[in-house]
Every structure is written in C-alpha cells, then in structure tokens.
Write a protein that binds this ligand. Structure first.
Ligand code: 3HC
Length: 325
C-alpha cells in the first residue's frame, strides 16, 4: 500500500526532472537536502532513516537492562559506552531525517502510535549475560553488514551519518564477540549459556535483513535510487558466510542442521527463518513489542516538561531579541 502510494507519487513527478535525477544517481552523485528529489525518494528515505533511528533508540532497552548487572566493572563500562553510542546514532539519524522536512517530534509520534516500525530484533528479550554477548556479536554484526554499504547511499546526510556510525558499530561487534568468547571458553555451564543465547538469537538476527527478496516490497525501487545498495538476501548470505567460521572458532553450533558449505556457490546453504514469525513480530505480536512501546511512550511523556521548558525558553529569547532590534 505504502509502496503503491510512493509509486503513484513518483509517476506524478515531471518526467524530465525524474530522468535528470536518475542520471545523477546513476553517476554516483550525492543528493543533498535542498536538491530537487522525487516525492517517493523523500518518503522512502524518511521511512528508512526514521525506522533506523527508532531501532537505535529502542535497541538501548534490551542492553540497558543489563548495565546494572554486568559481571565486572570493565564489562559495565564497555556496555554503558555502547548503549550511549546507540543514543548518539539515533540522534545523527533523526537529524538526517529532519533535513527531509520532517521533525523529530513528528517521526517519534509515528513510532509511538504504531505508524512507523523499528527493527524486529528488539522485540526479543535478553534473558541473561550471554545474551548481551550474543547481541553484540550477532545483532551488531548484522547491523554492520547492512550499514557498511549504506555509507555509499545516495542521500548525503544519511551517507555521512553512516560513516560515523559504522566506526562505532565495529567496536560494538567486537566487544560482543569478546564477551561471548569469554563465556564459550568458561565453565561448562557458561558455555551452555553461550550456546543457548546463539540458539535463541540466530534466527531473529537473520530476520534483521528483512523479508526474502521475493517478498521485499521496497528493494527494487530503493536500489534503483541507491537508497539501498544490496538486496536483503544478498546481505543475509554475507552475514551467514561471515558468522559461521566465528561460531566454529568459539566451539559453538549454529542451530541449523542443514547448514553446509556449498562449494559450487562459494557460500553456505542455510535454512531461512520462519517468515510467519517475522511478519507476526513486525505486526506487533513479538515477545516484547508491548513492553518496548510502553517504555518509549513513558520516556516521551516523562520528558514532556523538558521539551516544553526548552521551547518556552527559546520563544522568550526570540521575543527579547525581536524587541531589542
Ligand atoms: N524489522 C522491522 N521491519 C522490517 C524489517 C525488520 N528487520 N525488515 C523489513 N521490515 C519491514 C519494512 O520496513 C517494510 O515495511 P513498511 O513498508 O511498513 O516500512 C516491510 O518490512 C517490507 O520490507 P522491505 O524489504 O520491502 O523493506 P526495506 O526495503 O525498507 O528493507 C531494511 C528493510 C533492510 C531493514 C532497510 O530498511 C534498511 O536497510 N534499513 C536501514 C538499516 C536499519 O534500519 N537497521 C536497523 C537495524 S538495528 C540497528 O541498526 C541498531 C544497532 O545498534 C544494532
């Protein structure tokens, strides 16, 4: 429906302008906020950047939950820094979205009333410390796989935000791998926890890349506009290929009995996630959807007095300046 709306809006644009715009994209030029752009391009970016920003912010919840229970002071300091980084990523991305003519308040309200999404992965719980290692290893690992190509995305502010974000995400992935390695090399009980975390988070991590290419509504147009640089399945395959040897190094088993190296393709064959579960989660029916949105709504409501205060201060300052002129 949204895709249809975008398509019909795109076709309403002046064909000459559209052709010139596509030529700029094809030539690898960056599109900047004040440049002419098709309405569909603008809306697709707001949807993707907004969803990405919300994911960074909601993603703080499952990890923030473990800051007070980190096993050592060092792990606590690392986790605290990582969670703060995610807040920063959310802010860069909200700023990038604002250059497209939508305010942060507007897209936040769209998240809170269910009109916008955030990544499916954050609707799964983090039950113990091994999950925190697995989130860094798998979830941040999947995020980087998706985000490194986005550094070359066609919209300038998004591309520049991604360059900065990717530098921090690679630290996030490494700290997660280090935490899970410690568990995998620990007591039999700790190794069991690491394996259990991998068992529960493997398929939700594969789902992060979105539905299979045949069910992806937006990929074709987004790739033509270089908003996306790869299809969902291409990135998912790269993630599997990268992660299997990492699991082997840890002595852990990927929970997929049919996973095997395919010499001819030069890739691992793997079992797809249960797509009915994915669509159910993004509809709002995952294990933590209700809790996550309740937490975001509460934070938004609790912060109303700060936003009102800042706005009143800004208005007063502007009035004073106006009177002095
Ligand atoms: N979670 C929730 N919704 C998802 C999803 C996911 N993992 N994957 C796809 N969807 C939704 C899409 O938003 C779309 O719904 P909509 O039309 O209502 O918006 C629908 O499923 C169909 O999927 P498409 O493949 O057609 O959608 P896209 O072309 O937008 O591709 C995407 C989905 C690959 C996630 C793409 O939007 C993308 O690359 N986004 C930027 C990266 C991003 O958002 N990352 C969030 C990861 S978490 C993170 O970065 C935090 C870090 O700290 C770990």
């Amino acid at each position: 429906m949204y895709a249809q709306m975008i398509k019909s809006e795109a076709t309403q644009d002046d064909p000459e302008k559209l052709a010139a715009f596509q030529a700029r994209i094809d030539a690898g030029e960056k599109i900047e906020p004040k440049d002419w752009m098709p309405e569909g391009y603008r809306k697709t970016l707001i949807r993707q950047i907004g969803q990405h920003a919300h994911s960074e912010i909601v993603g703080q919840l499952p990890e923030g939950n473990w800051i007070t229970r980190a096993p050592t002071l060092e792990r606590k300091a690392i986790l605290l820094a990582k969670v703060q980084d995610e807040a920063g990523h959310g802010l860069y991305l909200y700023c990038a979205a604002e250059t497209l003519g939508v305010s942060r308040d507007e897209i936040t309200e769209m998240l809170l009333d269910g009109r916008m999404k955030y990544s499916s992965i954050f609707n799964y719980p983090t039950l113990n410390w091994a999950d925190i290692g697995a989130v860094g290893w798998l979830v941040d690992g999947a995020a980087i796989m998706n985000q490194v190509p986005l550094q070359r995305t066609s919209f300038g502010p998004y591309s520049r935000a991604m360059i900065r974000i990717c530098k921090e995400e690679s630290f996030h992935q490494r700290q997660g791998y280090d935490a899970i390695r410690k568990m995998a090399e620990g007591t039999p009980e700790q190794k069991k926890m690491a394996q259990d975390a991998l068992n529960r988070l493997w398929y939700p991590s594969l789902m992060m890349f979105g539905p299979s290419d045949k069910d992806s509504v937006h990929s074709a147009q987004s790739m033509a506009w270089k908003i996306k640089m790869n299809t969902n399945d291409e990135l998912r395959q790269k993630f599997v290929d990268q992660t299997v040897p990492q699991a082997e190094y840890l002595g852990l088993t990927i929970p997929d009995p049919d996973l095997k190296w395919n010499e001819e393709r030069g890739h691992y064959d793997y079992t797809d996630p249960d797509w009915s579960e994915f669509f159910d989660v993004i509809k709002g029916n995952g294990p933590c959807n209700v809790d996550r949105l309740a937490a975001r709504n509460k934070a938004w409501d609790d912060g109303a007095w700060v936003r009102d205060g800042l706005l009143a201060h800004a208005k007063k300052k502007a009035a004073r300046q106006h009177a002095a002129e």
